[in-house]
Design a protein around this ligand. Structure first.
Ligand SMILES: [Zn+2]
Length: 487
């Protein structure tokens, strides 16, 4: 065989050129079915004494190998009352749980850090990144950061992981730590509960990926651009949110409905149409009910996405992951329960931020009690006992004459079971009792005021107790001591 091809090959050149040209155009389209729906610019209400951190993420996702490369530009304003010599970020994908039992380990590797376009000293250690600022940033001072990074998604059934053809990207990019009481909160990733705590921020996210993949995400999809070689580029913008999460699959089907100006979207897998429809209905009903009881949901869209993870559900702003196992026939009741619970988190965690590490019961207890309220008002007589729900488990726990203090940090729970029983079960009973003490009118006013006062901010249990005092002459100190501090 010589170096030069025979002349017969020359006839194939025009065909090859045509294939390359069509490929460059991105033809034929993969997937098909429901196209993406774009949304208007999100509302960004100003917040007194707080300049939103502004993230700009530019990402390229290779779903086939579960890897992602990107940059994170952060426009940061020092909102604290003191100068800052450094900034800290969490890199949760480096937690040991994402490397357990798999050859392809989960990771988030920072490759370069620039501050105001200059190289600075930085250090990545486990789930933390420390960035030394070139000079201390005074209160109100601004810094422009640029972080280049790569992410490897592990093949695991976790909130950050790929399974069943769905890439779940929860807590996956460098996110600013919270600075409070004069110090950075550098909590590790705990395997129990939802070990996250973050301030609200604004996000603009550009994501390139193969055309046939569909994406459920936080924020508003603003633009879809077709790129050469079967790629596309999605552009998202968010209102004030605590995180940016997404779920990606080429198998996703989408059902949508409008509820009081909010577009609710259900992303589900083929063969699970009934589950997808049920998830959509539950999300619509819960969103409408909670808006009426707690106050407006101030965003344009809310998505429920089937996820490959094992647990029931996981809340993110404008987006919740729900285990695809629950979309199967026979799990309808639990699917509805989980969707309602996760929707309640849009208020308790999303709008009103809580310290999910030191006071995990506060948002979980209230989200669980909100679910109880949903069944009381929207499914009268139909609640029954839902096997596997936290309330059901708590009754079991009580039946065994066990007890436990719920006001304690994540690290002090010995197992996922103890955590679930106390934080969800006993946590929701606190609100059952409080409603009895305050009466319906005061109780529901209190919840509305809680949202109005702490929307986009953080509230502690002490903040909540302070609000409660406006509604009763009773000594609530004793009430909360009994329910929170005693077993
Ligand atoms: Zn929850």
């Amino acid at each position: 065989m010589g170096f030069f091809p025979s002349r017969r090959w020359l006839f194939l050149l025009p065909v090859l050129a045509l294939v390359l040209y069509l490929g460059w155009l991105g033809w034929p389209l993969g997937g098909g079915g429901v196209l993406e729906v774009t949304f208007p610019e999100p509302a960004i209400p100003p917040l007194a004494d707080y300049a939103y951190p502004q993230y700009q993420l530019d990402l390229s996702l290779k779903p086939g190998v579960g890897s992602l490369a990107g940059t994170c530009r952060l426009q940061y304003t020092n909102n604290e009352g003191q100068g800052l010599a450094e900034l800290y970020f969490h890199l949760y994908p480096n937690a040991p749980i994402f490397s357990a039992g798999t050859r392809e380990k989960g990771s988030l590797t920072v490759e370069e850090v620039l501050v105001n376009q200059e190289a600075v000293t930085w250090k990545q250690e486990g789930t933390l990144l420390k960035v030394k600022l070139p000079e201390p940033l005074p209160p109100g001072g601004e810094a422009a950061l640029k972080l280049s990074f790569t992410v490897q998604v592990p093949p695991l059934g976790e909130r950050f992981g790929a399974r069943k053809g769905i890439i779940s990207l929860g807590n996956w990019y460098p996110i600013l730590a919270v600075f409070e009481d004069g110090e950075w909160r550098l909590d590790p990733y705990y395997d129990i509960g939802d070990p996250f705590y973050s301030d609200v921020a604004l996000y603009r996210v550009t994501l390139r990926l193969p055309r046939r993949y569909r994406v459920a995400a936080t924020g508003n999809l603003r633009e879809v651009k077709m790129l050469p070689w079967w790629q596309k580029e999605l552009y998202f913008e968010t209102g004030p949110v605590r995180d940016f999460a997404l779920a990606v699959s080429k198998d996703y089907r989408v059902a949508r409905r409008e509820v009081e100006g909010v577009t609710v979207q259900s992303f589900y897998l083929p063969g699970q149409e009934e589950g997808g429809r049920l998830a959509l209905e539950a999300a619509c009903a819960a969103l409408a009910f909670f808006q009426e009881v707690f106050g407006p949901y101030p965003y344009d869209q809310f998505s429920v996405a089937a996820s490959g993870f094992f647990a029931g559900g996981m809340e993110y702003p404008n987006l919740v992951f729900v285990s695809s196992e629950l979309y199967r026939p026979g799990a309808e009741k639990l699917l509805e329960y989980v969707v309602v619970h996760e929707t309640a988190h849009q208020w308790w965690y999303g709008l009103v931020g809580n310290d999910q590490i030191r006071e995990p019961w506060l948002d979980e207890g209230l989200a669980e009690y909100s679910t109880v309220l949903f069944y009381e008002f929207c499914r009268p007589g139909g609640q029954g006992k839902i096997p596997g729900s936290p309330l059901d488990l708590y009754e079991l726990y009580q039946g065994e004459a066990a007890g436990g203090i719920i006001r304690r940090p994540l690290e002090e729970f010995s197992s996922e079971l103890e955590y679930s029983l106390l934080v969800y079960g006993k946590g929701s009973l606190v609100f059952v009792q409080l409603r009895q003490v305050l009466g319906d009118e005061a109780f529901f006013q209190l919840l509305q005021e809680y949202v109005a006062e702490y929307c986009y901010r953080h509230a502690t249990i002490d903040d909540f107790i302070r609000l409660c005092r406006r509604y009763t002459e009773l000594d609530l100190e004793l009430f909360f001591c009994k329910w929170l501090e005693t077993a």
